[in-house]
Design a binder for this molecule. Sequence first.
Ligand SMILES: *Cc1c(COP(=O)(O)O)cnc(C)c1O
Length: 352
Amino acid sequence: MGMVSFYPGPSRVYPKVKRYLQDAYRNNIVSINHRSDEFVSVSKRTVQLLHEKLNVPADYTIYFVSSATESWEIIAQSLINEQSIHLFNGAFGKKWFEYTGRIKPGATAWPFTLHEKLKPVAFTSGDTLCITQNETSNGTQVTNKLIQQLRAKNPGHLIAVDATSSMAGVESDFTSADVWFASVQKCFGLPAGLGVLICSPAALKRAAEVNHRQHYNSLLYLHETMQQYQTTYTPNVLGIYLLMRMLESVKPIKKVSGTIKSRYKKWETFFDTKSNQLNFLVRNKTVRSHTVLAIEAPAAKVQQVKAAAKKAGFLLGNGYGDWKNTTFRIANFPAIQRNEIARLMDFLYSYI
Ligand SMILES: *Cc1c(COP(=O)(O)O)cnc(C)c1O
């Protein structure tokens, strides 16, 4: 039996991906031209399915990009006027802030701590708020409710949300922000190399004001080519096809979200009540991620568990950034099978 990956990205892909890949080869999807009618119909159907399965509002537009990192750059170039404010408590939010600062020097950090719930502050400066909804590095999340409160307090700001390790796993209220993005190697359960960028009408209005046209991935160009369901460069056609097939087969996000939440509850019971040696890094339950679990233990114990897990056929995620040596991470992504979770829990029993 192969290794079961609980790595929070790149992560376990849906078992059906094997068949989709075979179909893609057999049906010559791997060689189609990105200006052809065949591509356009795959692209169009994928966009429709994203709206349908993820509940993306009809007036929000969807673009194919290469990654979440590219989305950071697109936002910095095409949407931020002068000053973005970055609300973060972990490594990915920090990276986004640093990255943006190199393009738009006005970027301002608004860090908060791991155990603290983000406060819905009314910002008196800045034009764009940048929020990492699910912080993959430490297993925390910002709830829909909080994003809604930030929206209410900051009607003049554009709100951009990095949902890389939650989109397609938990339900988002897309209307509460203007820009959402993710790459597909996390909750979408697909191979890496494709990202999805979603924009509100207000985001497009801002793009027109900023009028950035210096780069191939300027949002205005993405938008122009997407009128024909095309992209500005030759995209990851295979990745888009796999996304289409996966979306055809998954349940609507409300249902998927319910499954993820109930699996998370089982993990919560497992670590919070049965273990005193392995604990959630984040003690405050209200800020814990439902899709990425960060488990804390002394460094030697973390080493031991990871090594034994590998021998038993489970790949656990390494700790990340500040928590590299004292945590390991467990993905709670939809592509992971129920029996695989049960087997990992059985295995971890001897270490709790
Ligand atoms: C993985 C991840 C990224 C980076 O994704 P890429 O596809 O490598 O660009 C960005 N933000 C978050 C929150 C992530 O989990």
